[in-house]
Design a protein around this ligand. Sequence first.
Ligand code: 9MR
Length: 509
Amino acid sequence: MPRPAVSRSVAAARLAVTALLIAAPAAVPTAGTASADQGDGLRQITDAQGRALLLHGMNTAGSAKGPSGLPWIERRNVAAERQKLGSNVVRYIVQWKNVEPSPGRYDDRYLDEVAQRVAWYREQGINVVLDMHQDIYGPSACKGAGNGAPAWATITDGLPCTPQSPWVLTYLQPAVLRAYDNFWNTTGRHPELMRHYVAMWKHVAARFANDPAVLGYDLMNEPFGGTKQFGFFEAPVLTPFYQRIVTAIRQVDRNRWIFLEPQALGVNEGLGTSLGQIRDPRARAALTKLLGQRDRLAGTGLTRLTDPSSRLVLAAHFYPGGVDIGGGYTGMLKTLVQAEFVLWRQNMTDAARRLNTPLWIGEIGAMAFNQPGAADYTRDWLSMADDLRVGWAYWSNDPQADGSSETFAPLDRNGDLTEVGKVVARPFARAVAGTPTKTSYTSGTFTLTWRTRPGTSGPTEIWLPPTVYPGTPKVTASDHTRRWDPTNHVLSIWNTSATTTHTVTITPS
Ligand code: 9MR
């Protein structure tokens, strides 16, 4: 990929500041330091040792949309996910209605329940991204069809509503549109709703700021603009709203990564996003301290210099061709979906470069496994994610009730792999000691190439599914030492040469 053209002086200044920021000690190790090395790919989410974290895991779970706001999962299911799927992340669903059941009153017992489950992930070394989920605004917007917002924050002005099938069409019902228009204050009558949401996030962040399992916060699932969409919503409404939440969270938590979703409509299918630049106050503070030029930075174009220590992530979803509402992956539909692959890839990587953030696929999957071509589709998106070196959270791990047409779950209730699980359980580098430049997997052969980066320590760690690599794997790599952990199925690799580029190829024994 060509890198954007920058003038020589700006490039030099950027390099200098980058070097300084990398050399500066990380304030708190748990949530990781930020990578400044874009290499020939996108920025990466990094851990406390500066290693790139490729985050693979599950959305947990659709069942958390219900009255309790808690997912179906039990402690043993979390352990099974790590063992069978190698999960190193969970996008853990929480609900505004449960956090703030009445205006300004927070239910800390609910957050304690969440914290208890977060601890199960911590035991397994799985990073948690807390996702403030919503679909169709909230349960009170349309006769229980949606989830997310509490009843007191659902102002439909008495407009009618009939739940639709497929469910996404319910978004267009008059009451639902009005609930969003009141939330975004498009009506000019309810500025208090966004204020509540911002304060609610500050409360949640304060609760988890010191929890080492929590990697980040996903501010709002699949934002929907009501009667304002695309350029009328993302840049003028959603961007400043995110900025308010980021600023509020940074008052109580300087270190978690903050995951920002573009609007879902159209963008989930591959259209571009007009989400604007959001400043991470932690970055600005670091830069200002270094340069001592607080007042002189404004308007110089040097604001991009703040990026090396910012911890914002573009967290897009990928649902081409309505795969999540029953489409398959054969014939004409497959051709259409493949075109959306190309579009999504181009538009989301462009957006991540423009915003100078890592990219993460917060939701992907959701193709019922009884649909034709479902296994092919799954392999194709896994390969796209590998090729881009971006992580993902699969939708979803809800096990199926008998008779359900949704058969997405990679593990059943006993923790055994389902048909989709056998495809999703595939090797990946969960941490890379540098910048991953290539990763690929075909029929048992996994290849990873990375470039070393100053300020990185610790090994590169690759998880290998026990189903494909039952014994000690065969490893081909130039100068390195390695350790195979047969219990966790993790191969650790330490570079031993001074060369900057390393390649490892792994096949089953
Ligand atoms: O798969 C979910 C489906 O069963 C629900 O009816 C629907 C409405 O709550 O949500 C589906 O999950 C969606 C998720 O909440 C947001 N992104 C798209 C998911 C798949 O459609």
